[in-house]
Design a protein around this ligand. Structure first.
Ligand SMILES: *Cc1c(COP(=O)(O)O)cnc(C)c1O
Length: 411
């Protein structure tokens, strides 16, 4: 198995060896400080105790610690949803007049956040395909605060050269945020040069449609040598660096996003996510094995399949070199027309028709009529949304059953 290290770490860390093995759910909005001096210390950060559940909760802190270790970060902040994590990571860095460079993907909600919502606040985003490296570099200006990347194109299945993009961001001193929702553990974005890694934990991390959640994992600020966050470009963050040193990105995110926008999660959500994490390494292994089998099986049966394990995929070599532990649960099927796509989905006995992904069950959705229904033709073309496109997220079923079901549903 590719994720042995995590299999041991996760179950050992979640269970307590004394008392309750299952993590306690600290269901309280507020916490008593005991005395005034402790209250003062909690507010100035010198005392590590819970302040108020919008700013952090003990059950959530356990999950944050695990996610930080999973990605080799100095800390993490969990949020009420994946979009909460995308918003937190971006809103805690940008101001009016700043620019974002967005590469690949892109998840519909993130596209709308950048294109519609942040632009209303004076933050402009330009969008690029993963292979437009020269154009990406040329687009960086003194106002660029974020290079934003999805580790696997959803739903276009294009794979970025993450190191090359990280080199460009580092060379120009711009923060790199990577959304690694689709493929946790098999890629470790912070080690590849990302500054912040974001997740929708709603997907494969919790894994069973029980709970909405998100997380941003942060790297340490380098206090000894140069660091992009200590340059003039990120002057807004310097007050947190002066106070909290290497940890600075965490209070920056907590104060500028959790405190002021309130995308905080709940203890019960964090508890359910922790239960999901116990089996994440096993489920991830099953799914990356199955998705290849299904992609190959359906391609052999004459389906038009998009997955980088197939030799004709433009990023097949990158898949073998840089994504050797897989790229998550997704593949897409192009049925040629909306009618054929609806017919396949409606004839399937096995798939669950829904917008989610990374579930224990195989999920599928027609893209053009749902997530991307109010996008313009140009936006759809850029995102690879063809009229017959179905996104499939492979679950834990026997992959042979999934292949047989799609063939039966078509014929
Ligand atoms: C689902 C998803 C999100 C948003 O997550 P929610 O938990 O639904 O808010 C963000 N990015 C990617 C890649 C996703 O798949």
């Amino acid at each position: 198995m590719k994720f042995e290290k995590y299999a041991t770490e996760f179950v050992q860390e979640i269970g307590s060896k004394q008392g309750a093995i299952s993590p306690p759910i600290t269901q309280s909005a507020a916490f008593a400080y005991g005395d005034s001096a402790t209250g003062e210390g909690i507010f100035d950060g010198s005392v590590q105790k819970p302040l108020y559940s919008r700013m952090g909760n003990p059950t959530t802190a356990k999950l944050e610690g695990m996610l930080a270790r999973m990605d080799g970060g100095i800390g993490a902040v969990c949020t009420s949803s994946g979009m909460g994590a995308v918003a937190l990571s971006c809103m805690s860095i940008v101001s009016a007049g700043d620019e974002i460079i967005s590469i690949g993907g892109l998840f519909g909600g993130t596209y709308a956040l950048f294109d519609e919502t942040l632009s209303r606040f004076g933050v402009n985003t330009t969008f690029f395909d993963v292979d437009e490296l020269e154009a990406i570099e040329a687009a960086i200006t003194p106002q660029t605060k974020i290079v934003y990347l999805e580790s696997v194109g959803n739903p276009n299945m294009r794979l970025p050269d993450i190191r090359a993009i990280a080199d460009i961001a580092t060379c120009h001193g711009v923060a790199l945020i990577i959304d690694n929702t689709v493929t946790p553990m098999s890629l470790r974005p912070l080690e590849l040069g990302a500054d912040i890694c974001v997740y929708s934990t709603t997907k494969i991390i919790s894994g069973n449609a029980a709970v909405l959640g998100g997380a941003a994992v942060f790297r340490a600020i380098n206090m000894e040598s140069e660091d992009k966050f200590r340059t003039d470009r990120y002057a807004d963050i310097h007050k947190f660096i002066d106070k909290m040193g290497a940890m600075a990105l965490i209070p920056n995110a907590k104060k500028r996003a959790l405190r002021d926008f309130g995308m905080s999660t709940t203890a019960f959500s964090s508890y359910l996510t922790l239960l999901g994490m116990e089996t994440l390494p096993l489920r991830m292994q099953r799914v990356i094995d199955s998705v290849e089998k299904v992609a190959i099986g359906l391609a052999d049966a004459g389906f038009n399949i998009n997955h980088p394990c197939l030799p004709e995929h433009p990023h097949h070599q990158r898949y073998k070199d840089d994504f050797s532990a897989g790229c998550g649960s997704l593949l897409t099927i192009d049925m040629g027309s909306r009618e054929q796509a609806f017919s396949l989905l409606d004839n399937s006995k096995l798939v669950f028709i829904t917008a989610n992904l990374g579930d224990s069950r195989t999920l599928a959705l027609h893209m053009g009529s749902t997530i991307y229904s109010d996008f313009t033709d140009e936006q759809r073309e850029f995102l690879g949304i063809t009229p017959g496109l179905i996104r499939v997220s492979i679950g834990l079923e026997n992959p042979e059953d999934v292949i047989a079901d799609f063939i039966r549903a078509r014929d």
